[in-house]
Design a protein around this ligand. Structure first.
Ligand SMILES: NC(=O)c1ccc[n+]([C@@H]2O[C@H](COP(=O)([O-])OP(=O)(O)OC[C@H]3O[C@@H](n4cnc5c(N)ncnc54)[C@H](O)[C@@H]3O)[C@@H](O)[C@H]2O)c1
Length: 370
């Protein structure tokens, strides 16, 4: 006999599963109700879900353990088998993503508007996997097999039949929206759409497609073959099967997923980018030179790279775009992009990718440009 709670209507077992499906992964919490520590199971971090009185569940789902197992089985049962991946944008992120997917056994089709970017991406992937072969991390036959799995095309529509699309083009909302709109007529009904955006609203991008429930943020870190983390961002309409499918893909890549809510710049860049922006302000206001700012953070805070060096590595255009999304999306002046960052971008000094940013990379060793 299910429990009755005074003042609430009689339990209705038929609606219980439906209510439960609508919940976030709230049952995946410790006994004390704490989110599990980031280092253990990061993908289980989630905001507290609403508490549903136990009388709403049928007797077979009366215990939290039973509900947890039921939910996992239901969600896992619906997750999809991904074999082919279409990657849109063959810049530093697109090429890194193609590298790890091909090594993990997925068929990869990479597209870009620039033939030069596609050619550079292929040679970069070849060089990077070769480095892994020389270090004994990848077998020579595995390299040959991975390279054979990567194809390129200049026609976006060719990626339509892939099971999973990962958009990794320039960090501009209009560019990303246009890509998804152009792709829609060529997609298979089951295709999952994802964006590697560092900051832009997943819910907003998804709402412009015909499948917001099959749309997610799939945020890889740079350099992709080295960095362990992948942020998974659900839009408001993303369904459990899509989330479970991407969790499975991350597992197959041998990486670790962290779940982030859909707010500007998610977790990593919400914290990292204001620090980089502050480093640029520190330079702008003359508090320190490029060299002293980077050395201070490396030697004083044990960061592996200085913030300005890191900004050059990410791309100053991407840093500025993320700061603008934070500033507009959170409407707080603390996210105001530094005018000096804007000036570098206007000059076309975008960091390593254009050989000039806070450092000049055209000589044998990088030298500060200020
Ligand atoms: N750079 C980083 O550290 C980093 C880290 C995580 C996520 N990201 C995100 O990844 C995405 C790509 O960043 P990146 O650093 O690789 O940029 P990038 O400038 O190196 O590459 C962008 C690529 O997109 C291509 N492109 C532009 N418009 C296109 C279109 N309409 N169709 C197909 N291709 C198009 C460009 O030709 C270029 O090759 C951005 O959304 C960025 O925020 C970047």
């Amino acid at each position: 006999m299910p429990l009755r709670v005074k003042g609430l209507p009689a339990p209705d077992a038929s609606i219980a599963p439906a209510i439960f499906v609508c919940l976030p992964l709230a049952p995946m919490r410790t006994r004390a109700g704490q989110a599990q520590p980031f280092t253990q199971k990061p993908y289980r971090i989630c905001p507290p879900g609403p508490r549903i009185p136990c009388e709403f569940f049928p007797p077979c789902l009366a215990s939290r353990r039973a509900r947890r197992i039921w939910f996992r089985r239901t969600a896992e049962g619906r997750s999809m088998d991904i074999q082919s991946v279409g990657i849109v944008g063959a810049g530093q992120m697109g090429s890194g993503i193609a590298h790890v997917f091909a090594l993990a056994g997925f068929d990869v089709l990479m597209t870009d508007i620039s033939e030069d970017s596609l050619a550079k991406a292929l040679s970069q992937i070849d060089r990077n996997i070769e480095r892994q072969v020389l270090r004994g991390k990848v077998a020579p036959e595995a390299k040959a097999a991975a390279m054979a799995r990567i194809r390129t095309t200049l026609r976006l529509a060719d990626t339509g039949p892939c099971d999973l699309i990962i958009e990794a083009a320039t960090e501009r909302e209009t560019v990303k929206q246009a890509i998804f709109e152009d792709l829609l007529p060529h997609l298979k009904p089951h295709t999952i759409l994802t964006s590697n955006t560092s900051s832009i609203s997943i819910t907003r991008l998804a709402s412009r497609t015909d499948r917001p429930e099959k749309f997610m943020g799939f945020h890889f870190m740079n350099p992709v073959p080295v960095m362990q983390l992948v942020e998974l961002i659900r839009g408001i309409a993303t369904d459990a099967a899509t989330y479970q499918t991407l969790l499975g893909v991350v597992e197959k890549l041998g990486k670790t997923a962290a779940s982030a809510e859909d707010f500007p710049a998610f977790i990593v860049n919400r914290i990292l980018m204001p620090m980089i922006n502050e480093a640029v302000y520190t330079l702008y206001e003359g508090v320190g030179s490029v060299k002293s700012i980077d050395e201070s953070l490396k030697l004083g805070a044990n960061h592996p790279m200085g913030p300005l060096e890191l900004a050059d590595f990410i791309g100053l255009d991407t840093c500025l775009a993320i700061m603008n999304v934070l500033h507009d999306g959170l409407a707080d002046t603390k996210y105001r992009p530094c005018p000096l960052l804007t000036k570098y971008v206007e000059a076309g000094w975008l960091g390593r990718k254009t050989e000039r940013g806070f450092y000049d990379y055209r000589g044998p060793v990088p030298v500060p440009t200020r």
